[in-house]
Write a protein of this length. Structure first.
Length: 135
């Protein structure tokens, strides 16, 4: 039973690790997509919440965009603030705060990984140790 529990803890840690690394990969892909056809604009922050930060900006051809998914790398923004953004010209819904890239996500992701393994590592070790036959 404890051997199965230790495998479950290890699987949970692996799943958390994979999900956090997938976040980094998604950030990298979004950054490359924006760089492939980058437009710039000044945007107004119209809404901030725990899950997203919404901005409104005009594209270079004069269209007004309010990306439903919000802006990438929004930390430190507040409603009413004007901020420079970079967006993909083919898909203006893909927008990030200018000058911010995947590097902004490195500390939170690796910090979360450290917390996951700091919590699960000792549990795994204890379960494996107690599952080992006594000598």
């Amino acid at each position: 039973m404890r051997r199965s529990a230790s495998r479950l803890v290890l699987a949970l840690g692996g799943l958390c690790t994979a999900l956090l690394l997938a976040i980094l990969l998604a950030c990298f892909i979004n950054d490359r997509t924006i760089e492939g056809s980058r437009g710039t604009a000044v945007a107004e922050v119209v809404e901030t919440s725990w899950t997203r930060t919404v901005v409104r900006f005009n594209t270079e051809d004069g269209r007004v965009f309010i990306p439903s998914g919000g802006v990438l790398y929004p930390s430190g923004l507040h409603e009413g603030q004007l901020v420079r953004v970079e967006y993909n010209r083919q898909d203006p819904d893909l927008v990030r705060v200018a000058g911010r890239t995947v590097t902004v996500a490195l500390l939170p992701v690796f910090g979360a990984l450290a917390v996951v393994w700091a919590a699960l590592g000792p549990v795994y070790w204890l379960l494996r140790r107690s599952a080992s036959p006594s000598r």
